[in-house]
Write a protein that binds this ligand. Structure first.
Ligand code: ATP
Length: 307
C-alpha cells in the first residue's frame, strides 16, 4: 500500500494533443511487458528478476504478502520509480523515458489523493479533468463511482469508502487506456465493494486494461482474468484464478449424511462419487456438499513455500 502526495499529472499540459492510439504505441496485443526486472534498496533486493506480460483489455491482479515487491514493481511500470535492471514496456513505451502523451493514457488510483481537500467532490474531479484534453464529463465520472449525491460535499467530509471512490474517479477521469489500482477497496463496506467491482467490469467493457494489487482473494477471483503471485521479489506463478496452484486438479472433499452420521470422501472424481452415492442411497443424497480448496487456501500454501 502507498500514499503518494505528488500528483501524477501535475506536469501535464492542459492542452495536450491526446489521441486514444498514438504513433508511439505499436498496435500490439500486449499492454505491459516486463523482462528481468530488478530493484534493490541498499542491500535488499525488493524485485529480484520479474517477468510479466499483461494483454490489452485484461484485468490482472498482483497478489503477494506485505513487502513482496508489488508496489515497487507497479511504481516502476507507472514511471515513478527507476529500475536497476531489466526491460519494461508499457503501452509500447519505456516508462523511464515516457512523455506527457504517454502519461495521459495512464490512470492511477492512489490512496487518499483527494480526500483531505477543502474542495467539493465536483471541484476536485474538475481540477483533475483539466489536465486532460478529452476528459470524461465530471458528472459522468462522479455517477460512475456512485457519488452523485455528494457532488457538492467537501471531499474532506466523505467517509473512508467514499474517499476511495473519489480516488477512483480521479484515476479514470482522463479516459485512461491502462489503469493501475493499488488495493482499491481497502476500507470499503461489502456493498460498496460489490458496486466497485461492477464499476471495474464496466471499465473493462470499455476496453480499459487494469493492473490491480489486492490482499482480498475474493476480489482477485471476482475481477481478474489472471492473477500473478509475487513473493520475496519473484513471481511464483501466473494463472487464471480457477487454475492457480493446480487448484482445478486438487482433490475435492465430498460430504454427506448417511444413517444420521456425517460422512466424507476425498476424491479426484467427485461427480463419479456422487453418482455412485445417489444410486446407493436411492436418489437424493442428504446434506451433500463438495469442497475444493479456495483461492485463499492455495495462495497461503504458495507464499509459505515459494518456488
Ligand atoms: P505491501 O503489500 O505491504 O504494500 P509490497 O508487496 O507492495 O507490500 P513493496 O512496497 O514493493 O512491497 O516493498 C518491497 C520491499 O522493499 C520491502 O521489504 C520494503 O521494505 C522495501 N522498500 C520499499 N520501498 C522502499 C524504499 N523507498 N526504500 C527502502 N526500502 C524500500
Amino acid at each position: 500500500m502507498r500514499v503518494r502526495e505528488a500528483e501524477l499529472m501535475a506536469t501535464e499540459s492542459p492542452d495536450l494533443d491526446y489521441e486514444p492510439a498514438t504513433s508511439t504505441t505499436p498496435q500490439t496485443d500486449v499492454a505491459i511487458s516486463v523482462r528481468g526486472l530488478r530493484k534493490t534498496y541498499g542491500d535488499h533486493e525488493a524485485v529480484a528478476g520479474v517477468d510479466l506480460d499483461i494483454a490489452r483489455g485484461e484485468i490482472f491482479a498482483l497478489l503477494g504478502p506485505n513487502g513482496a515487491g508489488k508496489t515497487t514493481t507497479v511504481e516502476i511500470l507507472e514511471g515513478y520509480r527507476r529500475r536497476d535492471a531489466g526491460e519494461v514496456s508499457v503501452l509500447g513505451v519505456d516508462p523511464a523515458k515516457a512523455d506527457a502523451r504517454w502519461k495521459s493514457q495512464i490512470g492511477i488510483v492512489l490512496q487518499g489523493k483527494g480526500g483531505d481537500s477543502e474542495l467539493t467532490v465536483a471541484e476536485t474531479v474538475r481540477v483533475q479533468a483539466s489536465y486532460f484534453a478529452d476528459p470524461r464529463p465530471v458528472e459522468e465520472v462522479v455517477g460512475l463511482v456512485g457519488l452523485t449525491e455528494k457532488l457538492k460535499a467537501r471531499a474532506s467530509s466523505l467517509s473512508g469508502g467514499q474517499q476511495r471512490r473519489l480516488d477512483v474517479a480521479l484515476g479514470i477521469v482522463g479516459r485512461p487506456r491502462l489503469l493501475f489500482l493499488d488495493e482499491p477497496t481497502t476500507g470499503f463496506d461489502p456493498e460498496a465493494r460489490r458496486q466497485f467491482w461492477e464499476l471495474i467490469r464496466q471499465l473493462r467493457a470499455l476496453g480499459t486494461t487494469m493492473l490491480l494489487t489486492t490482499h482480498y482473494l475474493d476480489e482477485a477471483e471476482a475481477l481478474a482474468d489472471r492473477v500473478g503471485v509475487i513473493a520475496a521479489g519473484r513471481i511464483v506463478e501466473v494463472a487464471v484464478p480457477a487454475e492457480l496452484g493446480g487448484r482445478h486438479l486438487a482433490p475435492a472433499r465430498v460430504r454427506w449424511v448417511e444413517d444420521g452420521r456425517q460422512r466424507e470422501e476425498t476424491t479426484a472424481t467427485p461427480t463419479a462419487v456422487i453418482q455412485e452415492l445417489s444410486k446407493h442411497l436411492g436418489g437424493e443424497i442428504p446434506e451433500l456438499s463438495v469442497l475444493r480448496p479456495s483461492l485463499e487456501d492455495i495462495y497461503l500454501q504458495m507464499i509459505e513455500e515459494p518456488a
